[in-house]
Design a binder for this molecule. Structure first.
Ligand code: FE2
Ligand code: FE2
Length: 294
């Protein structure tokens, strides 16, 4: 069975150890207070993470809208999981939107790629079929999951000298991407399941991501007067190539018949980190409130 049971869960520990059902957490991060250069010792990494953040308010509502449109076609257990997935994604983009306001104040040129991404993903959501949009969401979730796996190997950039609020914003998001890695895939499989459509949508998603992220990185590096530095080009190139080695094989494998995201091996620490986050920051979790009280 590709998704989890809906049986009773009575405590936070059990909730956090359910690999299949995502949990909605409303985390108080004060994202609009984060310095856009949140780790001066890792400027290229920061620029890449910021570039991804800039896309979220355009990308995540597209995925959420596609999955929401599919809800009437899903059986009840998957529909319940998919509803929580939608709320998680909308919460992610809400926090990124707050951070992006600070980002554009610091780097006004980023308003252009931000507006372009809103136009592109808005156009996709208005003009593409539900089947294509679900394939796009499922493949993009594999990209997000790959980003979480890649980040797991570059954690020092988030921890060594970084603003802890920025670490919490990005790592919370990535941890929930790992938590819900299968949901859009299961929804796409229930409604469509065409691997050819999935592969084409994945290729489009990675091409758009590469273009918009590279554009935003270049604008930040230009503003910081780093574009003439060979070290900047070397470090940025190394980051991008190493991510390509993570995401391209994952997308390829996930396009093959019979593959399911549950077959990917998760970095285990993310779910423990989410437990720690709940202890450190106020987390309103409507889904688990009743369980905590019991
Ligand atoms: Fe997300
Ligand atoms: Fe996601």
């Amino acid at each position: 069975m590709p998704f989890g049971s809906s049986g009773p869960r009575v405590g936070r520990w059990e909730v956090m150890h359910d690999h299949h059902g995502p949990v909605l957490r409303r985390v108080e991060i004060d994202a609009d207070q984060i310095d856009p250069v949140w780790n001066p010792a890792a400027a290229e990494f920061v620029a890449a993470a910021n570039a991804v953040s800039l896309l979220m308010p355009a990308v995540e509502p597209y995925f959420a809208g596609a999955v929401r449109r599919a809800l009437p076609d899903l059986e009840p257990t998957l529909a319940g999981i998919a509803r929580t997935f939608v709320r998680q994604e909308l919460e992610h983009q809400r926090q990124h939107r707050r951070f992006n306001g600070r980002l554009i104040e610091r780097f006004p040129a980023l308003a252009r790629p931000e507006a372009r991404s809103r136009w592109i993903y808005g156009w996709l959501s208005r003009t593409r079929s539900l089947r294509f949009s679900l394939a796009f969401a499922a493949a993009s979730e594999t990209i997000a999951y790959s980003l979480a796996r890649w980040t797991s190997d570059h954690l020092a950039e988030f921890l060594r000298g970084a603003d802890p609020a920025a670490t919490d914003l990005f790592v919370w998001h990535l941890a929930e991407e790992v938590e819900h890695k299968s949901v859009a895939f299961d929804v796409w499989a229930a409604v469509d399941g065409s691997r050819w459509r999935y592969a084409r949508a994945g290729a489009l998603s990675i091409a758009l991501l590469a273009w918009l992220v590279l554009w935003s990185i270049a604008l930040q590096m230009h503003s910081e007067h780093r574009l003439r530095s060979p070290a900047t080009w070397w470090r940025t190139g190394r980051l991008l190539v190493s991510f390509a080695f993570e995401v391209v094989p994952n997308l390829f494998v996930s396009s093959l018949p019979g593959h399911h995201p549950d077959q990917f091996c998760d970095p285990d620490w993310y779910r423990h980190w989410l437990v720690d986050l709940e202890q450190r920051r106020p987390v309103a979790s409507p889904d688990s409130a009743g369980r905590r009280a019991s």
